[in-house]
Design a protein around this ligand. Structure first.
Ligand SMILES: [Zn+2]
Length: 288
């Protein structure tokens, strides 16, 4: 084979390796909705009723109906939830539902203290490592609570049928951190893997009031935070388009390697092309 043929072969191999390594990934961040869907105590229970299942019409037909609190399982709070003048769910613009993921990990602290909070220092530490929080971000607390789902007693820290909400014990985002984010960064919202960004046991919903008061959204009971990197993911927090909803069930997921598509425009976003170029340079060095 001539060196030109070799060069072409190596280029193709480089592109393939680059494509495999840098393929866009999708990460599910939503708990499934089923009979054990976790709601705040007092919210109506999930009800799923089959209306038809079978082939008596000569072909298979299956359909159901269900009833669900807006605020059940993995869900979004629209600003109107705690802000009389805030947006309803159908009024939240789509570009406020997609943005960079800022995952703030307090798992270790939450293991020792069930009422641990993301505080301003945690956010500044995140920025020291990953840079300034990008515009449109979702700042999401990772406490490890997603692993307890759907065990309500484990999540709330007590038997919710016997104890008042003042006895609940789960981590959250401090009101001071929420206020700092609103004052100093342009976020789309906050979230976490617990039922509320206000830690269990009472903070008078101050974090809710600050975030929703600024017309931002809150994402609750987010799943699989061990699979989402601290920075670099894009979060898609997509609720149903419920007219006058105060919130609603979410399908939330993250994507990684968003610049993976082959890109010949010269914008420099394509990792596969960079991989291929490196292969070629190495090959030419070895040959000559
Ligand atoms: Zn809610």
């Amino acid at each position: 084979m001539t060196s030109v043929t070799w060069f072409k072969l190596v280029t193709v191999a480089g592109l393939l390796v680059g494509q495999i390594l840098c393929k866009r990934q999708y990460i599910e961040m939503t708990h499934e909705i089923h009979d054990r869907v976790v709601t705040y105590p007092g919210m109506p229970k999930f009800n799923f009723t089959n209306l038809e299942r079978g082939d008596k019409r000569g072909f298979w037909v299956e359909y159901n109906k269900f009833q669900l609190s807006e605020h059940a399982g993995t869900h979004i709070d629209a600003p109107i939830h705690f802000n009389q003048h805030g947006r309803y769910l159908h009024e939240v613009p789509l570009d406020n539902l997609v943005g960079p993921g800022v995952i703030v990990d307090i798992t270790h602290r939450a293991k020792r203290d069930r009422r641990a909070e993301v505080n301003v220092e945690d956010i500044l530490r995140w920025e020291d490592t990953h840079g300034k929080i990008p515009k449109g971000s979702f700042v999401i607390m990772k406490s490890g609570w997603f692993r307890k789902y759907p065990d309500t007693t484990q999540i709330f820290g007590v038997d919710v049928n016997r104890f008042p909400s003042t006895d609940f014990r789960f981590p959250g985002i401090s009101p001071a951190a929420a206020q700092w984010l609103i004052d100093h960064r342009e976020i789309n919202g906050v979230g976490g893997d617990t039922p509320s960004p206000d830690r269990g046991g009472g903070s008078h919903m101050r974090t809710h009031l600050i975030i929703l008061g600024a017309n931002k959204v809150i994402l609750e009971n987010v799943a699989n935070l061990d699979k989402v990197p601290p920075s670099g993911a894009t979060i898609y927090a997509l609720p149903i388009n419920l007219h006058r909803g105060s919130g609603g069930p979410l399908r939330i997921f993250a994507t990684l390697n968003d610049g993976e598509d082959f890109d010949y425009s010269g914008s420099g976003r394509s990792l596969p092309l960079t991989g291929a170029t490196l292969f070629c340079v190495l090959f030419v060095k070895l040959m000559y």
